[in-house]
Design a protein around this ligand. Structure first.
Ligand code: PHE
Length: 348
């Protein structure tokens, strides 16, 4: 009877096995091809009396579906295990792994952090401010006369308010981080002891010795009775910590609009120890920073009583200090991201 044949096959379907793709195909031919066993049952089905067609038809369809899905299942299993064995033969588990490439810290960051570290040991904290600034904070409050040449297009990048329209504007890229000092002085009450690190911009042609942007660390200390001797001691301490205990400093009179008196500071050449070499052009000294006592006009512009408080300020270029520590002669190397240069600081 047809029904018994169908049930007999149904009970075997889930037990069908195949060891490889050829055996799967053989099963398909045996049951489902034109001459296959199940196809033959469909032919027999034509003879089934009408009153049994419904029941036997359902059974027959179930048999065909179950057989198809069992054969597909066998095929998928074989494909997965083939892939796995392909992967396991490609893998060489004894191979030493590729070394993990360590990143390096940028020399300017290394030096900036060292400067921050040295001054933090004598109570300075870090202050940050915007790189896009206004005239007031960069020049006005720092006692620059309205016609001072530093504001000139030669030095300062002004920002156009409307693209392409060069109207007079007081929005600019800061040309020194003294702008952070004016922000701190207007927002905090003395005593103030801050270090202002950051990027600054000047309109210079790019060469080995100049760049349109560079980095500064400026410092500001305001309290009662701060004297020039305090400035000198702080800078001497810094120089010895940074360049070694034998380092000497010398202060030469100079001019900045925001300090009075002002000075430029040299350190004894850390290459020849002060005897004179090509680096210090035979003088034994190299210049590293500008400094001075905060001009009373600046204190007053920032709302600090100059009769009660006094203070000192200093500012240095991080590139300059890095050049002295690591002998980087061409400023452009700092911003080109050439890994051959950067890798040299791997162990620092
Ligand atoms: N702002 C000065 C500069 O950019 C440096 C400086 C800071 C000088 C503080 C004196 C005091 O050149």
């Amino acid at each position: 009877m047809l029904k018994d044949k169908i049930n007999g096959l149904l009970s075997q379907v889930n037990e069908l096995k195949a060891a490889n793709a050829e055996e799967v195909e053989a099963l398909r031919i045996k049951y489902l091809s034109k001459k296959g066993e199940i196809t033959a049952l469909f032919n027999e089905f034509r003879e089934v009396p009408n009153d049994q067609k419904r029941e036997i038809g359902q059974l027959l369809n179930q048999l065909r579906q179950q057989t198809e899905s069992r054969i597909n299942e066998l095929r998928e299993k074989l494909e997965i295990s083939n892939q796995q064995s392909a992967i396991s033969t490609q893998l060489d588990l004894t191979r030493t792994p590729d070394p993990i490439a360590l990143g390096t810290r940028h020399p300017l960051s290394l030096v900036r952090e060292e400067i921050e570290d040295i001054f933090s040991r004598i109570g300075f904290t870090i202050a940050q401010g915007p790189e896009v600034e206004d005239d007031k904070h960069v020049y006005g409050m720092l006692n620059f006369a309205p016609e001072h040449p530093a504001r000139d297009m030669q030095d300062t990048f002004f920002i156009e308010k409307e693209p392409g329209v060069q109207k007079p504007t007081d929005v600019l890229l800061r040309s020194h981080t003294s702008s952070v000092q004016t922000r701190v002085m207007t927002s905090q009450k003395p005593p103030i002891r801050v270090l202002c690190p950051g990027r600054v911009y000047r309109n210079e042609a790019i060469s080995a010795r100049a760049h349109c942007f560079f980095h500064q660390v400026e410092g500001l200390y305001i309290d009662k009775n701060v004297s020039f001797a305090d400035l000198r001691e702080a800078l001497l301490y810094f120089s010895k910590e940074m360049f070694g205990p034998e380092t000497k400093i010398r202060l030469r009179p100079s001019y900045f609009p925001f300090t009075e008196p002002s000075a430029e500071m040299d350190i004894s050449c850390n290459i020849c120890g002060g005897v004179g070499c090509s680096f210090c052009k035979g003088t034994g000294w190299v210049e590293i920073l500008g400094c001075g006592m905060v001009d009373p006009n600046v204190l007053e512009a920032c709302g600090i009583d100059s009769k009660v408080y006094s203070g000192f300020a200093f500012g240095m270029g991080v590139e300059r200090i890095t050049n002295l520590k690591y002998r980087v002669k061409d400023l452009r190397l700092f911003s080109e991201n050439d890994v051959r240069f950067l890798r040299q600081f791997e162990s620092c």
